[in-house]
Design a protein around this ligand. Structure first.
Ligand code: ATP
Ligand code: MG
Ligand code: MG
Ligand code: MG
Length: 480
């Protein structure tokens, strides 16, 4: 089944169950200061859960673009090294705002997976919340357990702790116990390796969580306490790329048709093969993942910049550039050339990609070019720093200098250092950074006058992009 069909089957299934199908919200929510990027399907609906707003239909389903690169949910380090965590991914979700609750949510999830998609029941496992004896003092979710018993044998219902089975969007906000559905796609040989006692090893890379059903009952307040929500809600999130992996019978998200066209294009451009050498494979996975994050983000109006969410996007892109530079020997911009296949693949489901295609390509190309100009020198300098280091810890001042002079984001430096078995003094680095920011604040009144919007003037030196209101982009140039 092609990924497009997998997505539409999900949506039409819930449409039949009287859900309104809505498009994905943008990844940056302007009116939610608690969240830098949408990190789950529920984030755009927060006000409905809190009872501050009323949806037209109390049942909604969609596929939401999510980015997990900051805050409570940050998967950046995993990306490329495992085969099922992405920076940007689609979360398929169905919601009940004070309408149906656990019974229907579980029944429909089961029906969709086993009947509509035809997943073999024998590879499915579910988890329920075991309760907690901490300050929240929560009871075990026996209600969910008893419902699951009707569908699946009890040895496949596992109890999970708060970390895995109590879902929270961030430090504050709606939350509640959850039940996760896991799929065991290990090969027969792999399964034979585990001893008979444990039916399944949940930490095995081929035992993958695909769907989380959250039973929203609480709101975590700023002071850390839980209050009971006026109504009970359902919030579910299924990883689209992971679902495609299961339904397409492959063992990695990168082997689904969501990623293979991008990977083929990287192979063509770089003249490297995917699947031969681990370092190259990691780099190819990182780049195919990161180009999606950056492209979708630009399409949603969040361009790379030096602060806040824009800086996160810049860091992601620079990370991709460096993987290409070091492991695929690409010394000139090429990531922007992947936008074409991406738009062909995803443009139907996400028309914003089509609309902003030119902008996405231009921005990525410019960013790549400007970072490549200093990458080589910066890497050489970093090598020298490592060679002359007397301990395994590099000073914060050196890491700051790399950021300031060569545009090496600290997490990139950290990554390269770790590859060489080094760390750096974070505290010291942050002190240096703060000093610079304080100096910047003093000069900030002048800043707005230094900027002029002047496009197509060859006398201008390009220095970056910025965003004004959502969806309205201007290119900023500085007079030279
Ligand atoms: P995991 O334990 O694998 O990190 P999670 O418990 O953090 O997943 P949830 O917050 O429950 O994930 O999100 C709902 C679903 O979204 C997950 O069941 C999974 O299928 C998918 N998902 C979560 N994080 C990612 C990611 N980084 N990339 C791709 N899919 C993801
Ligand atoms: Mg996670
Ligand atoms: Mg999990
Ligand atoms: Mg989960």
């Amino acid at each position: 089944m092609k990924s497009q069909d997998i997505r539409s089957k999900f949506l039409s299934f819930f449409e039949q169950k009287k859900h309104s199908i809505v498009p994905s919200a943008p990844m940056v929510l302007k009116d939610d200061p608690t969240l830098m990027f949408v990190n789950s399907g529920m984030a755009p609906f927060k006000e409905y859960f809190l009872g501050n707003a009323q949806p037209k239909n109390s049942r909604i389903a969609d596929s939401q673009k999510c980015l997990r690169v900051s805050g409570k949910h940050n998967d950046l380090e995993e990306v490329g090294y495992d085969t099922y965590h992405h920076t940007l991914f689609e979360m398929l979700g169905n919601w009940s705002f004070g309408d149906y609750f656990k019974k229907e949510a579980i029944a429909w999830a089961w029906e969709l997976l086993t009947e509509v998609y035809g997943i073999d029941k024998d590879i499915l496992y579910v988890t329920v919340f075991e309760g907690s004896d901490d300050a929240d003092n929560l009871k075990m979710d026996t209600e969910a357990y008893d419902i699951w018993k009707q569908y699946i044998s009890e040895d496949r219902i596992l109890k999970g702790n708060k970390k895995d089975n109590f879902w929270e969007m961030g430090e504050q906000g709606p939350c509640g116990p959850c039940s996760e559905i896991h799929v065991d796609i290990r090969s027969a040989e792999e399964k034979a390796k585990v001893d008979g006692k444990s039916l399944v090893n949940m930490d095995h890379p081929q035992v993958v969580e695909i769907w989380n059903l959250v039973f929203m009952q609480y709101n975590r307040k700023a002071n850390g306490s839980l209050e009971i929500l006026p109504n009970k809600h359902i919030d579910t999130g299924m990883g689209f790329e992971r679902l495609c992996m299961v339904l397409q019978g492959v063992q990695s998200n990168y082997d689904t048709d969501v990623f293979t066209p991008i990977i083929r294009e990287i192979e063509t451009i770089t003249d490297k093969d995917y699947g031969k050498e681990e370092k190259v494979d990691v780099a190819i996975r990182v780049i195919s993942d990161h180009v999606r994050a950056v492209a979708f983000s630009i399409a949603d109006g969040q361009l790379p910049s030096n602060t806040g969410a824009g800086y996160v996007i810049r860091r992601i892109l620079r990370r991709a550039v460096r993987y290409g530079f070091t492991f695929l020997d690409k010394k000139e911009p090429f990531i922007y050339r992947l936008v074409d296949v991406l738009v062909k693949k995803m443009g139907e489901a996400f028309p914003e990609l089509k609309v902003q295609r030119q902008l996405i390509e231009n921005v990525i190309k410019e960013e790549e070019a400007s970072f490549l100009r200093t990458l080589d020198q910066g890497l050489m300098l970093l090598d020298r720093i490592v060679e002359s280091a007397k301990t395994k810890e590099i000073s914060g001042a050196k890491v700051f200098e790399l950021k300031d002079t060569y545009g090496f984001p600290e997490d990139l430096t950290d990554l390269i250092l770790r590859e060489k078995g080094f760390t750096y003094n974070v505290e010291d680095f942050e002190k240096k950074l703060k000093e610079q920011q304080d100096r910047g604040k003093k000069a900030s009144e002048l800043k707005s006058d230094d900027w002029t919007v002047l496009i197509d003037d060859e006398e201008q030196e390009f220095i970056g992009y910025d965003t004004l209101e959502a969806q309205v982009k201007i290119v900023k140039y500085r007079k030279v």
